[in-house]
Ligand binder design. Sequence first.
Ligand code: DX5
Ligand code: ZN
Length: 221
Amino acid sequence: MEPIISPSILSANFARLEEDIRKAESGNPDYFHLDIMDGHFVPNISYGPMIARTMRRITKKPLDAHLMITNPDKYIPKFVDAGVGLIYPHIEAPYDVYRTVQLITDLGAKAGITLNPGTPVEWVEPLIDKLDAVLLMSVCPGFGGQKFIPNALEKTRKLRQILDELKPEVHIAIDGGVDTTTIGYLYEAGANFFIAGSAVFKAKDIGQAVKNLRAACQTSK
Ligand code: DX5
Ligand code: ZN
């Protein structure tokens, strides 16, 4: 599968969001990633549908939203309405995950599911027929700029095997500590959808940083 690069705007400068998005676009990313945090599911609060709507106005690129919130069913319609095309709630949450995934697809968006670093990949098996992507966290969710947790590599290999048997077209997305070093190992292990916050928006040249991530996948093969 070709690599997909989705810069996470959590690390962008919100005082000049549009400018940062233009810079990132010059590196030709495939998506932009929205990190939605409610201060309950994770110990941080980020932003909600209003910023998703703002992003929809700023860019024509598809948007993916990572929901770190305890009540996704209440907000999923608002994100779909705001123009988000791919939504990943977490699998470790006090709600009926199957119903939540069903809600996303019923509303016409693509569904993914997110797994924390400590969650076994086998948990996704009952959901696979409904999914377009599985998002493996390679940091504990809540903050950008954390250190990559290497167990994501073994989990990626294991998950790729499971998906190859059941539904090979499902993307494996990785979120947390993705940079030009880790991305090569992850791509080799079978991931193809890469979310990167600080490696893109904290770089001196934001557009070049997007290009460098893609190039690092190609040289790894
Ligand atoms: C963390 C978020 C990530 C984060 C990645 O909860 O899900 O998307 O922005 O940031 P970096 O790439 O800096 O690790
Ligand atoms: Zn994320």
